[in-house]
Design a protein around this ligand. Sequence first.
Ligand SMILES: [Fe+2]
Length: 264
Amino acid sequence: MSETINALILGDVYGQPGFRAVYIGLKNLVKEKKADFVIVNGENAVDGFGINPQIAGQIFSVGTDVITTGNHVWQHKEIYPLLESDEPILRPANYPAGAPGKGYAVIEKRGVRIGVINLQGRLSMAPIDCPFQVSMNLIKKLKSKTDIIIVDFHAESSEEKEALALYLDGRVSLVVGTHTHVQTADERILDKGTGYLTDLGMCGPGLSVIGSNADISVRRFLTQLPLKIEVADTPAVISGIVATIDIKNGKTVKIERFQKESIV
Ligand SMILES: [Fe+2]
């Protein structure tokens, strides 16, 4: 029987409800899912926009191995030194040269090296560098270190996410989408062994409009006024996947999607 390793990957942590749910619930979730390592997208942890060093430190302190992010990572400048440091907190790798931080990391768990790549889509988003070409260059670089590579593709478009997953099928262990905050139900293992889910969904307030206060969001649509978005103060859900990866060849052998109500 081949040896495997279990990845627990959580979608965008949104505001205080999402942060609390992860901070209090992660240790039990790791036990329940028998996870060997944890990746969390911290993109919206501070009031729905970005992340700061204090919140990042707390997310790491409860067992997170790598924090990924996305388009809102630039919101709080205090995070830039941490992005520049050796800490495994990533920003999308395909931002142009000169943007602070790094877009990939290699961690080691149970004596196994795991590469994590963070990328961002370009459809309905900023026209940054090509995520397809950047991913291939990074995979070439990481392959000398490990066959286990996980990609968080922070993107709006399901089309772009599926295309990247099929482009990378057989080259990486997993491609998981983040950013839309709405979990999709299309988890599967592609032909050449790459596990895939279009969007993990978020860790954030359940009754909300993608995490924000529903009344304000509806009024924004009704009036077209630039009303300030507020984080919804409703019970949180935790969303993500646990995937089992074959250590010998980096292929995913099982992928399970979950969404559960937080105890806080
Ligand atoms: Fe985002």
